[in-house]
Design a protein around this ligand. Structure first.
Ligand SMILES: NC(=O)c1ccc[n+]([C@@H]2O[C@H](COP(=O)([O-])OP(=O)(O)OC[C@H]3O[C@@H](n4cnc5c(N)ncnc54)[C@H](OP(=O)(O)O)[C@@H]3O)[C@@H](O)[C@H]2O)c1
Length: 241
């Protein structure tokens, strides 16, 4: 990444997106972090040190809001999307409203963001989406995540052809310790520690992911000009076990 490049991170107020914003700032980029909650964005902005950071409220699942975001942003170099509002639970009990929110946030949202940003991304720039291990290693209660992550990877391959020479890639994280876990039903701190430790013991890596693992992979995808239409698994070997 070159100094003063402009990076937009939708989902940048938390977890992986926040770490990507932090690393981009450390590399001298101008960063826009976007998400739905102004409180989360403001808190993230303070934690990032405010210099070189802009915040923007957007629900990525609403096309008009995404259009307004990129009108405001203007030209940029790299778009990263980590936003997701997924629903988990037994497949027979998943509600249409929850499923539609999940599809909007993590499949249609990235499509809207690509539509609205493509003509504004400078030559040499990139788009990076975030899918996830659920696409490769389905588990009970994860049908929506599996379908949406798989769909997102297909979308990125298609965009890599249609928007070329703009590069479009996907990072597919394995289990990573971020605030996403705190929002899950019944996930107390003790329970989280228990499930993370038991997953760590199963993985070839011997640990679950850290946000830095994912952010570093995103920077590789951003800067390598010969990589497009690729899904980069950063999962500690989860797909093998
Ligand atoms: N953590 C893991 O173990 C794991 C594993 C595999 C894949 N992933 C994937 O990795 C990505 C990042 O996850 P994370 O763990 O970093 O999550 P996180 O800490 O919960 O952060 C999610 C971010 O997305 C924003 N967001 C959610 N819905 C949005 C919407 N509709 N419009 C705009 N922004 C929205 C959130 O802010 P607001 O709520 O304020 O909008 C927040 O900034 C997700 O796609 C997730 O599915 C995570």
């Amino acid at each position: 990444m070159k100094k003063n490049e402009r990076v937009v991170v939708i989902g940048g107020s938390s977890g992986m997106g926040f770490e990507i914003a932090k690393m981009a700032l450390a590399k001298g980029a101008e960063v826009v972090i976007a998400g739905r909650s102004i409180q989360r964005l403001e808190a993230a902005c303070v934690a990032l040190g405010e210099n070189g950071v802009e915040i923007a409220v957007v629900d990525i699942g609403q096309q008009s809001e995404v259009a307004a975001l990129f009108k405001l942003v203007g030209q940029l170099d790299h778009l990263v999307v980590t936003a997701a509002d997924l629903s988990y639970g037994p497949v027979t009990e998943l509600k249409e409203s929850d499923l539609m929110r999940a599809v909007r946030s993590k499949l249609l949202g990235p499509l809207f963001a690509a539509q609205e940003s493509a003509s504004r991304i400078r030559p040499g720039g990139s788009i990076t989406f975030t899918s996830g291990i659920a696409a490769r290693r389905p588990m009970r209660g994860g049908a929506a995540a599996a379908a949406i992550n798989s769909g997102l990877e297909g979308l990125a391959r298609s965009l890599a052809i249609e928007l070329a020479p703009l590069r479009v890639n996907v990072v597919s994280p394995g289990w990573t310790d971020t605030p996403i876990w705190d929002g899950m039903t019944g996930m107390t701190e003790d329970r989280k520690h228990e499930v993370h430790s038991s997953m760590a013991a199963r993985l070839p890596s011997g640990r679950i992911g850290r946000v830095e693992d994912i952010a570093e992979a995103v920077f590789f995808l951003m800067k390598n000009g010969f990589v497009t239409g690729t899904v980069l698994d950063v999962d500690g070997g989860h797909r093998l076990v």
